[in-house]
Ligand binder design. Structure first.
Ligand SMILES: [Cu+2]
Length: 246
């Protein structure tokens, strides 16, 4: 698999890319995104994690690592809704005042499940609670490649509108008797959200926004103008676009 890493600043690349981005279906979503996962409020959740999602057309690859979680099952998903706020839920989302944020409570913030980050098999929303294909325990790691997603989902990920949610908490008060809003046969603790983070473009690039040619030219021009002297003088080393195979 070839990855292209550009060091050209977005400020330069973007205006060059804009004319090409209006061509509709001719422009495929592409880019690298990541999210820092933080505890969802109210749910007594601990821990932290990171998620990375790479997009290439309608194919994604993902890596998710989290630790410090409650000892139990941990379903994890990419959530997105066109009408959602593309955010993680706040304590004010607890509309029914039961002192916990259910998965449904968070939906106005992050939208429905669009990709299930399972270890094997199906990755659609239908696998949202496929407990046997998710990990359990205080530390989890999910990693897949070549996962096909809806074009709208691929675009949402590259646009910073998709949210990663890890589910599964531990309640030690009366909330441990609450049942899940997703499956009335499960305890709420098995499905309530524990960690959440918004996927956004990776700072170091890796995102080919369709400006490859333009950015490449930019790099070539800078190199032709040349030289170490210019680069040193302008402090413009980041202007050089570089392709890396690997
Ligand atoms: Cu979820």
């Amino acid at each position: 698999m070839r990855r292209s890493i550009k060091l050209a600043p977005l400020a330069l690349a973007l205006p060059l890319a804009l004319p090409f981005m209006g061509v509709g279906s001719a422009w495929a979503a592409e880019g690298s995104t990541n999210a820092n996962l933080s505890p969802v409020p109210l749910n007594g959740s601990t821990g932290s994690g990171t998620a990375m999602v790479g997009v290439n057309g309608t194919t994604i690859d993902f890596t998710l690592e989290a630790s410090g979680l409650a000892d139990g099952p941990h379903a994890a998903h990419i959530h997105f809704g066109a009408d959602a706020r593309h955010e993680c839920p706040t304590a004010s989302e607890d509309a029914d005042g039961d002192n916990r944020l259910s998965t449904s409570d968070g939906q106005p913030a992050y939208g429905p499940i669009v990709v299930s980050l399972t270890k094997t098999g199906d990755t659609s929303d239908a696998s949202g609670l496929a407990v046997d294909r998710f990990a359990a325990g205080t530390s989890i790691q999910y990693m897949r490649g070549d996962v096909t997603v809806d074009p709208a989902v691929a675009e949402a990920v590259t646009q910073g509108q998709a949210v990663v949610v890890v589910h599964g908490v531990a309640y030690e008060d009366e909330r441990k008797d609450a049942m899940s809003d997703l499956d009335p046969a499960l305890p709420a603790s098995a499905t309530d959200p524990a960690l959440c983070g918004i996927l956004s473009a990776a700072p170091a690039g890796g995102a080919d926004t369709g400006a490859g040619g333009a950015a490449g030219q930019q790099g070539t021009v800078m190199l032709a103008l040349g030289g170490a002297a210019l680069i040193a003088a302008a402090g413009s080393a980041p202007l050089i676009a570089r392709r890396v195979r690997g």
